[in-house]
Write a protein that binds this ligand. Sequence first.
Ligand SMILES: [Zn+2]
Length: 105
Amino acid sequence: MYCNACGKAIVDDARFCAYCGTVLGQPPAPKKLIRSRADHKIAGFCAGLGHYLDMDVTLVRLAWVLVTLMAGVFPGVVVYVLAWIVVPEEPAGTVIATAQAVTNS
Ligand SMILES: [Zn+2]
């Protein structure tokens, strides 16, 4: 690979040119916490959280229910409703990885 700014040969997976410091390519976009549209039981927040944390969605749901029951139901329900309001739903037409994994298996 060659640097577009100075034309010198650089390593293929480099993110910066070692000679002139030019940034090469786009840095990966930061992960966004979104509610899943396809893989949801109530509002898709646990599916979105599972995808965000790279965890099994079923484990996230079980953990959420356990924590909610142990905390006396009300706080867990309030936090879920707040997350429902605050966390944006994934845009129409896009499918996050957890939903794809469910459909493909
Ligand atoms: Zn360069």
